[in-house]
Design a protein around this ligand. Structure first.
Ligand code: CU
Length: 136
């Protein structure tokens, strides 16, 4: 009787181990797949600086430098107000996808463009100041 028990117990131990290992690997699978958190910037994406020109309130397509400005999807445009009065960077095409609000002299505003397309914008204080971003 004792001999039979001794022969059976190693098999029982192996079975218990197998079940334990299987349940552990199931648990670690869910732990290895956390909900992806959207990163503020895609890997390798860069920032393109746009300088709001001095005397921009009297300018049109040259108020924001290069017109149109062509960038790649995922890149961020950073506007820097180099003028001595306030301006805004406000999208005018389609749904207003970006709006800096009032940018005082030296003020900065950044927006990341994740979708391809042509995006027009203007200064709300001086609507003659227009810019265009082409995202490829
Ligand atoms: Cu302005």
């Amino acid at each position: 009787m004792t001999q039979r028990r001794n022969r059976l117990s190693p098999l029982l131990v192996i079975l218990i181990l197998a079940v334990t290992v299987a349940s552990q690997s199931c648990g670690s699978d869910t732990n290895n797949n956390p909900t992806p958190v959207p990163s503020p910037q895609q890997p390798g994406a860069s920032t393109v600086i746009v300088q709001i020109q001095s005397g921009a309130s009297g300018k049109t397509t040259d108020a924001f430098g290069t017109y149109p400005l062509t960038i790649q999807r995922g890149q961020t445009v950073q506007w820097v107000n180099q003028d001595n009065i306030s301006h805004t960077v406000t999208s005018t095409s389609g749904a207003k996808s970006f709006d800096s609000g009032v940018l005082p002299p030296g003020g900065q505003y950044s927006h990341q463009f994740n979708d391809a397309g042509t995006f027009d914008y203007a200064c709300q204080i001086h609507p003659n100041m227009v810019g265009q971003i082409v995202v490829q």
